[in-house]
Design a protein around this ligand. Structure first.
Ligand code: MG
Length: 160
């Protein structure tokens, strides 16, 4: 009998000068970019953790530790593809993923479809199984001051 499972992913990264801003595998024009060991794609990291959570396969740090030089500057979309392979290997298929980016600027909307294409492509699923949203923090707290960006994702899998 098919079983349905849900996972949650949450991530945040600092915004700093001299780094590219990459969200969902798409680079944005921005003076500030996300800081981290990999490309610091906060949205893709949250999606990865949601997927691993649903499959009870640990978290992103378990599989791609930031102490490992292999993952320095890693393209997070490549990591997502690896996770998609792990899910198939564990007998799961994706029902859907939904994610929200929290960032003060730039506006994500114009690139939303491109992000969905990148994420769904890495997962090998139709674009209709992936939804991406964005919100600002209304100038409240660290995200609101533009010190960083966050993302939250939920994913639902079913046993295939
Ligand atoms: Mg991260």
């Amino acid at each position: 009998m098919s079983e349905t499972r849900t996972g949650l992913g949450v991530d945040s990264h600092r915004l700093v000068a001299g780094r590219p801003l990459i969200l969902g595998g798409v680079e944005f024009e921005s003076e500030l970019g996300l800081d981290g060991h990999s490309d610091a794609d906060v949205l893709t990291h949250a999606v990865i953790d949601a997927l691993l959570g649903a499959a009870a396969l640990g978290d992103i740090g378990t599989h791609f530790p930031d102490s490992d030089e292999r993952w320095r500057g890693a393209d997070s979309i490549d990591l997502l593809s690896k996770v998609a392979g792990m899910l198939i290997g564990a007998g799961f298929e994706l029902v859907n993923v939904d994610a929200t980016v929290i960032i003060e600027q730039p506006k994500i909307g114009p690139q939303r479809e491109a992000i969905v294409e990148r994420i769904s492509g890495a997962l090998g699923v139709e674009a209709s199984r992936v939804n991406v949203k964005a919100t600002t923090a209304e100038q409240i707290g660290a995200f609101g001051r533009g010190e960083g960006a966050g993302a939250v994702a939920v994913a639902t899998l079913r046993t295939s």
